[in-house]
Write a protein that binds this ligand. Structure first.
Ligand SMILES: [Fe+2]
Ligand SMILES: [Fe+2]
Length: 263
């Protein structure tokens, strides 16, 4: 009989401010909430876009059991071989088989197995297959897992909501990422799957979804391209805690939104 578990899922870690928030808050949250597993979306960890082995190692050292990614997966070439070598970091499962890395992994802690699946949405994103088709193959890859968490990295709320319903009763949690803004719709669906459209980002709330606000405002006002730098002001962690006592069924999902205390 598979024991219960809880999963702390952390939304997109954006740049230095995001890494700082993770470092400042994750140890305390692990102590306070006692999650069995910690899964972190790291697609913006390096300077706001993509990830390199350095940031991935840093996130693992802070206690992440697995890292999920998204549309910025391949931005930095150094991460390509790392994605093939390290099992616990996953890129969208609906990418081409020829692209580096894998879309699923299974991690184990305290005798409990958690399957982690990363998926990319299809609106404004370069995924090779529809998320709602690729997920069936991905779930076969994590068949033996007691619990399964699916990170749907997508722009459209409709794709995420539809995936939640499609997977209700089959996985422990479907969590949305990519928009960097947390949504207020966390709930357990009737079949027992915990769902949220977007977890939000772990980064500087004083910017515009991770970018310095004056730069974003200037681009929106001038229609001219400009350099974007990652924002630093007011770092927060945006996460959710999913608790589950039955295999692949959630009891609850609650947002965990905390500011880094100012010095
Ligand atoms: Fe992101
Ligand atoms: Fe993204």
């Amino acid at each position: 009989m598979a024991p219960g578990a809880s999963i702390l899922f952390v939304g997109d870690v954006v740049g230095r401010a995001g890494r700082r928030a993770l470092k400042a808050l994750l140890p305390g949250l692990r102590e306070e909430l006692g999650p069995t597993f910690v899964v972190v979306n790291g697609e913006n960890a390096a300077g706001g876009i993509g990830i390199t082995p350095k940031e991935a190692d840093e996130i693992f050292e802070l206690g992440a059991d697995a890292i999920t990614l998204g549309n910025h997966t391949y931005r930095h070439r150094e991460i390509w071989p790392y994605l093939d070598e390290r099992q616990e970091i996953v890129r969208p499962a609906n990418y081409l088989r020829t692209q580096p890395g894998r879309g699923t992994c299974v991690v184990e802690r305290d005798g409990v197995k958690l399957g982690v699946v990363n998926l990319s949405g299809n609106l404004f994103m370069q995924a090779s297959m529809p998320a709602l088709v690729a997920i069936d193959d991905a779930l076969r890859e994590v068949e033996g897992a007691d619990h399964v968490l699916v990170d749907i990295h997508a722009e459209a709320t409709s794709e995420k909501v539809a995936l939640g319903w499609y997977l209700d009763g089959r996985v422990t949690a479907v969590v949305g990422t990519h928009t960097h803004v947390p949504t207020n719709d966390a709930r357990v669906l009737p079949g027992g799957t915990a769902y949220i459209t977007d977890v939000g980002m772990t980064g500087a709330r004083g910017g515009v979804i991770g970018v310095r606000r004056e730069q974003s405002i200037a681009v929106l006002r001038t229609r001219m391209p400009m350099r974007y730098d990652p924002a630093e002001e007011d770092p927060w962690i945006n996460a959710v805690l999913v608790r589950a006592s039955e295999p692949r069924r959630a009891d609850s999902i609650e947002p965990v939104l905390r500011a880094v205390p100012s010095e």
